[in-house]
Design a protein. Structure first.
Length: 230
């Protein structure tokens, strides 16, 4: 079994005002429809795994972004219920794919504060730590528009712009290249931020990095080395 490294937050010293104005949009697909490419380990449902990923991602985010600056786009009932008790703004997923969901979140952000800088962060980052998110947003704050690719270098995990009205999400296969045409590419040394999970191999990698408590609890008795890639 892969050994799980303990979670340690390395928090870079940043000025509070550098992060306090960000609005962050996080699209979270319903657990019943999410992770269709991921064959879960035996004894674990795909929906439970997807929910754990989302909860760990959101837990790290809420240590960095205040509730009134966080916008989650989802139709998942469990996530909606948990976030509304924390006064996070929840936008209903229009159900037409990732980019329309993000656009709905951007619209809500513009309604709430049209002058604040905005970021789009994927909701399936179970190894994410608050320290890594702080570091990434601090790096993004130094440029007008930024894209942080996933660990493969092909997809996008974080997209930011100082003007929300000018943010143009073009997520999907090869999105880092498309976003890089209008945003500065930042290949940050933050694997826990940049490692999203789409298959068993990437799941093994995030286990080696260290997991949030929801995913760790779900996988605690699982030997991923004996699982087979689909």
């Amino acid at each position: 079994m892969l050994r799980r490294r303990p979670v340690h937050d390395t928090i870079m010293p940043v000025r509070a005002q550098l992060l306090s104005t960000w609005q962050l949009v996080v699209p979270v697909k319903s657990r019943h429809a999410a992770k269709s490419r991921l064959v879960p380990p035996r004894g674990i449902s795909r929906s439970d795994l997807a929910l754990a990923f989302a909860l760990d991602t959101l837990s790290a985010i809420t240590d960095v972004i205040s509730a009134d600056h966080l916008i989650v786009v989802t139709s998942d009932d469990q996530i909606c219920a948990q976030l509304r008790t924390r006064e996070v703004h929840v936008v209903d997923d229009p159900g037409r794919g990732l980019n329309p969901a993000i656009e709905a979140g951007i619209g809500a952000a513009l309604d709430r504060n049209p002058t604040a800088p905005i970021g789009i962060l994927l909701g399936d980052l179970p190894a994410l730590t608050p320290g890594d998110l702080r570091s990434a947003l601090a790096a993004c704050a130094a440029t007008e528009a930024a894209v942080v690719p996933d660990w493969s270098g092909q997809g996008t995990v974080l997209l930011t712009h100082q003007e929300a009205s000018r943010l143009a999400p073009r997520f999907g296969h090869g999105s880092a290249l498309r976003h890089g045409q209008t945003a500065r590419r930042l290949d940050l040394e933050l694997p826990r931020l940049r490692m999203d999970v789409d298959d068993l191999d990437s799941l093994r990698q995030v286990v080696a990095l260290g997991l949030g408590r929801h995913t760790a609890a779900l996988l605690q008795d699982t030997d991923l080395e004996t699982e087979q890639l689909a």
